[in-house]
Structure formats: C-alpha cells, structure tokens
Ligand binder design. Structure first.
Ligand code: COA
Length: 387
C-alpha cells in the first residue's frame, strides 16, 4: 500500500496561528500589551468618547467625522433603515425557534435580491451597500425578536442613533439615556478587530470578487460559532446555570475544567493579557449593576474570573462581560451575537472595501497528509471500506 506522505517544503501553523496573511491599515492589536487601535486611535480613547456612528465613519473612510459629516452619515443610516418587503416576508416565514444568527444570515443574503446595486462592484456602490447593511441589520434582528413572540415588528425611528433605534424597536419605547449610552459604547467596542475569523472569512469570499452581500453572509456564519462571537450567548447560559444550580461558581467551573471543557468568555488567540475591551466592559457592567442595585452577576463573574486565573492563567475576552451587561438591559440572551454582528458589520465592510482596493485572490496551500499512487480496483473486487 502507498504510504502517507507530507510535503517537506513547508510547515503549517495550526489555525493559521501567528500567520500574517495580508496588509491592512484598519486595526492594530498588540496582544502582549493588551492594546487595540482603530485607524490610529486607541480603543480607550474612543469608547465612551465617540459614538458608534463616528466609529463607522472612521473605519469606512479613515478619519473621525466633523459634526456635519457625522450628521450626514447618521441621516443616511436612518433613511436606509426600512426593510424591503421581501425580507419582511422572509422574517414572517422563519420558525419561531430559529437561531437569530441563522435568521440574520438568511436575511443578509436575501437583502441582495432587493438591492439593484448588489452586483455593482464600484467603490461608491460598495460604500452605499455598507451603509445599507449597517442600517438594516439591527432592524432585522429587532423585527425577528418581536415576530417570534407573536408581536408585530415596530417601524424603525427616522432619527436617533443605531443603539437607540435598536432598543426602541425591541420594546416600543425610547430607551433611557444610560441604556442607549451603554449599548452605543458596546457597539464601539465590537466594531472592528483586525483579521479575526469572521473578517478573514469575509475577505476570503470578497477576494474571489463575489459581492458584498455574499461576503457578509459568510462573515455572519463565521461569527455565530461558539469559539467566536457565539461565545457571549453561552456565557449567559453558564451564568444562569450557575445561578440556578445553587452551587458555588468556583466549584461549578472547576468541575467543568476537570472534564476538560472550555469556559466561554475566556482566552484569546491574540491577547496574552486581558482583552482591553473586557476591561472597559467590566467597568460598564459594574456601573449598570450599581444602578440596578444588583450584585448577583458581578459576584458570579468575579468568582469565575479568579478560578480561571488560578487554574488556567486565562483572562476574560470581549464576550465575558457583554453577556451580563445586555442581560441587565433586558435583552434576550440569543440576541447577543446578532448585536455583535450589527456592530462588526462596519469592520467587515471596511475590510472588504480595503480588499477590493488592491485585490488578490486569497488562496493558501494545504500540506497534503493523504496517500499517493493508488490503483483503481474494479468495483466487484473492492472490499467494504466503512465496516
Ligand atoms: N476554557 C478552558 N480552557 C481553555 C479556554 C477556555 N476558555 N481557552 C483556551 N483553553 C485551553 C485549551 O483547552 C488548550 O489547553 P490544552 O493545551 O491543555 O489542550 C489551551 O488553552 C490552548 O487552546 P487553543 O484552542 O489552542 O487556543 P486558541 O488560541 O486557539 O483559542 C479561543 C482561542 C478563543 C478559541 C479559546 O480561548 C476558547 O475556546 N475560548 C472560549 C470561547 C470564547 O470565549 N471565544 C470568544 C473569543 S473572543
């Protein structure tokens, strides 16, 4: 029998760990220093100081906007919020127990059918489609959140921030200023993160010269996974399970670790110290807890944190504190990853536009570990290959 061979001329980095796949001027991460920078601005100088819409302008166009530019972009986002009838009909057909990320993926794909510019690959059309998607994704998520509980979707606001409109469309009431501020800052923190799995997936699709909707659908699919954006939903599941169990958070987590299970919301491929977004979100979660006079989630989080530090030397990532924070804002747990997506759409599309500006097909190699030189045996003489 032919033997298994390996190509000796190249090594592999499992999971592309440490591989620099392309040049980008959008985002810088120093994983050892715990530093995250959007187009030259440290995340700590952005979060709580500029709005999500300003960050969208920064990511898309390379500079923070003047107030006139910000107002122009905000008004474009507001006017693009209305969903095409096709997408509303699809939302109505979705099973009520469908995963909101799967619904979002389907609807992003369907939006292409209602966009006459879907196949227009000019820079101007791609910018317009980026704005359209950033305006419509929150509307899709909020509409589905209502439809699945038998309620009519609420018409989007014709003014206001992405955060305010989203909270309004979930509840039918204009949000309190602190709730809008909290969500707005969370959107700023989630907008961009260099060549993470979903952005890479999107750029790979875009590099084939497939259109923006195809690339974003793929990115939404990648974000949904438990090891990526899907972790935040599972963090809340864990916190609730611990709360319901009556067991101490420390012993609950230790039992999972003993079974070699992963604790969601901890660890990161790039950060070797605490994720700077988690540091900011921790403070935001604590402020919210104080305001609501509840310390339950904070206490559980802190106990888990200590066990993870002692047992695994792992720090929390962006998904850890968003879960209890959104929960305290009264948002259903399975909407947390879609909220991540409605922010990250700005980063994804900034990367796609950068990719197309100087495109080259992304096509790496695999090191072949299979067999060579097999001869085809007549079908009547073959042995059962799968017992
Ligand atoms: N809980 C428990 N153990 C963890 C862990 C976690 N959250 N994250 C990493 N580890 C452990 C692994 O089990 C592995 O241990 P081993 O060598 O004894 O098998 C080791 O750390 C390295 O894991 P690996 O998967 O190779 O690291 P990575 O860099 O590829 O992982 C993540 C990065 C994010 C996928 C990983 O930390 C993880 O699964 N975290 C939980 C999911 C999550 O929160 N994702 C959101 C990321 S923003």
């Amino acid at each position: 029998m032919a033997t298994s061979t390996t190509a000796a001329h190249c090594g592999t980095a499992r999971g592309l760990d440490g591989v620099i796949a392309l040049d980008s001027s959008i985002c810088f991460i120093d994983g050892r220093a715990g530093k995250l920078v959007y187009r030259g601005y440290d995340i700590r100088r952005l979060a709580g100081h500029v709005s999500f819409e300003e960050v969208a302008h920064l990511l898309w166009l390379g500079a923070l906007p003047t107030s006139r530019e910000r107002d122009g972009l905000s008004s474009c986002l507001c006017s693009e919020r209305v969903l095409p009838p096709l997408v509303l009909s699809i939302l109505e057909l979705m099973p009520r127990d469908a995963s909101p990320m799967a619904v979002l993926r389907t609807c992003v794909s369907a939006l292409a059918h209602a966009d006459q510019e879907a196949d227009d690959m000019s820079a101007a059309a791609n910018m317009r489609k980026s704005v359209r998607l950033a305006a419509r994704m929150p509307v899709i998520i909020a509409a589905f959140a209502r439809l699945r509980t038998g309620r009519e979707p609420i018409e989007p606001l014709t003014d206001g921030s992405t955060a305010a409109n989203f909270l309004y469309m979930l509840t039918g009431e204009r949000p309190a200023p602190h709730a809008e501020r909290t969500l707005d800052t969370a959107l700023v923190l989630h907008a961009e993160h260099s060549l993470n799995a979903s952005t890479f997936a999107g750029r790979v699709i875009g590099s084939t010269l497939s259109d923006l909707y195809a690339a974003v659908s793929g990115a939404v699919g990648a974000l949904a996974g438990a090891l990526h954006g899907g972790a935040n939903v599972r963090v809340m599941k864990m916190l609730k399970a611990i709360d319901a169990s009556g067991e101490s958070p420390a012993s609950w987590v230790r039992r999972r670790l003993a079974r070699r299970e992963r604790i969601m919301g901890f660890g990161h491929r790039v950060y070797k110290v605490i994720d700077p977004r988690a540091s900011i979100l921790r403070g935001m979660m604590q402020d919210l807890a104080k305001e609501q006079d509840t310390s339950k989630w904070e206490r559980i989080c802190e106990e888990i944190l200590e066990v993870m530090r002692q047992e695994k030397g792992l720090a929390p990532n962006v998904d850890y504190y968003t879960a209890p924070m959104y929960y305290m804002l009264g948002i259903d747990a399975d909407l947390y990853t879609p909220i991540f997506a409605m922010s990250r759409i700005t980063g994804w599309t900034a990367h796609l536009m950068e990719q197309w500006h100087a495109n080259r097909l992304i096509r790496p190699l695999a090191r072949y570990t299979g067999l060579h030189d097999l001869h085809v045996v007549p079908i009547s003489d073959r042995r059962v290959s799968v017992p």
